[in-house]
Write a protein that binds this ligand. Structure first.
Ligand SMILES: CC(C)(COP(=O)(O)OP(=O)(O)OC[C@H]1O[C@@H](n2cnc3c(N)ncnc32)[C@H](O)[C@@H]1OP(=O)(O)O)[C@@H](O)C(=O)NCCC(=O)NCCS
Length: 323
């Protein structure tokens, strides 16, 4: 990268870092811009000075990988760096350039493609531009911080007759069944895609994870029957997402599912409280999770459990829906 561009990236990142800290202290310092599939997109302000940069990253997810279940096969992501108090106008210009760039990429014209931007949830000044360009708020990364003090003496509403236990290799069938039901439920909201290998790949992953001594997978049982599932990743396995927040160490809550007949009786809360007690005792500063923006069950539940939005993933699927 020529030094002029390197200096520009450094200056923009410094301004973006200040902006992010002002809108949400749990945002990290902006990472160095990744290598993109073309030259960086450049936006100048009215005064002719650099107002923003963006890089388009193309990720091809091969068929036969579990990752293909979580979205399109060809994912085009814009990594924006916009400075200023109100980023609406530069965001508009950057998104228009990105749309024009994608129009020149033949792989971006297929049906199994997406164009997405991960945007700080609290940074509301760019939202109108994202909407105007045909992007939809699909997924939220929500965050919960460890409380400063342990919970008070008031006992939380319990789930009578419910017990929680770690899952082991013998639970492969029931864990797989709940995980697949969760995927089918989430498919209503435009996120996951059912692939020919989904059921087998999910089962394979569950089998290898349950074989580990500490699988971080728990089942809630009611009258001896498994009715709820929670899967989490301890900080040592959450490095892939830890960079999304300024706080450390970070854990990740991967799966949460309660049988439809048992919902609303406190089972989900019991599973989450069980995990939080463990994380808080271990000094884990933040817990992150993904939920679908429009899942009518998950958002109210997670915000009741102490989470709030940190990042929102805006997506056009297929990528040609970007306008
Ligand atoms: C989300 C889910 C796990 C919640 O589990 P649950 O056992 O029904 O939740 P609980 O009964 O423990 O509810 C805990 C609290 O959240 C509240 N809550 C739960 N669902 C709610 C909803 N849809 N609307 C408003 N509040 C809700 C409860 O009222 C309760 O609050 P309280 O402590 O004040 O009584 C469950 O609905 C589910 O499995 N949904 C389908 C799969 C899914 O969406 N998973 C999450 C993917 S990110």
């Amino acid at each position: 990268m020529p030094w002029v561009v390197r200096d520009a990236v450094r200056d923009i990142n410094r301004m973006v870092g200040r902006r992010w800290q002002a809108v949400d202290p749990l945002l990290p310092d902006p990472a160095a811009l990744p290598a993109g599939c073309g030259a960086p997109l450049v936006v100048n302000g009215d005064n002719g000075r650099l107002a923003g940069l963006g890089v388009c990253v193309h990720h091809h997810v091969p068929p036969g990988s579990l990752n293909q279940t979580w979205g399109a096969a060809d994912r085009f992501t814009l990594v924006p760096r916009l400075a200023g108090q109100d980023v609406g106008a530069p965001a508009d210009l950057l998104l228009a350039q990105w749309r024009d760039h994608l129009a020149t990429v033949s792989l971006a014209r297929g049906p199994d493609t997406s164009a997405s931007v991960v945007w700080p949830s609290m940074d509301i000044t760019g939202v109108a531009a994202l909407l105007r360009h045909g992007l939809q708020p699909l997924t939220v990364i929500a965050v919960r911080t460890r409380p400063a003090a342990p919970p008070g003496p008031r006992a939380p509403r319990g789930a009578p007759g419910v017990t929680i236990r770690p899952a082991g290799p013998a639970d492969e069938d029931v864990v797989t069944d709940m995980e697949l039901r969760l995927i089918r439920y989430d498919m209503h909201f435009g996120g996951p895609v059912w692939r020919p290998g989904t059921a087998r790949l999910v089962r394979d992953e569950i089998r290898s994870s349950l074989a580990r001594p500490a699988a971080w997978t728990w089942l809630a049982e009611h009258a001896g029957h498994p009715v709820g599932l929670l899967v989490a990743q301890p900080p040592q396995d959450s490095g892939w997402i830890a960079g999304m927040t300024s706080s450390a160490p970070a854990a990740y809550l991967q799966t949460m599912f309660v049988d439809a007949r048992e919902r609303g009786t406190g089972i989900g809360a019991a599973l989450v409280r069980h995990l939080h007690a463990r994380l808080d005792a271990a000094g884990v500063a933040v817990t992150l999770l993904h939920h679908s923006q429009v899942n009518p069950l998950s958002a109210p539940f997670w915000y009741r459990m102490g989470y709030r939005p940190l990042w929102t993933s805006w997506e056009a699927r297929p990528a040609t829906a970007l306008r």
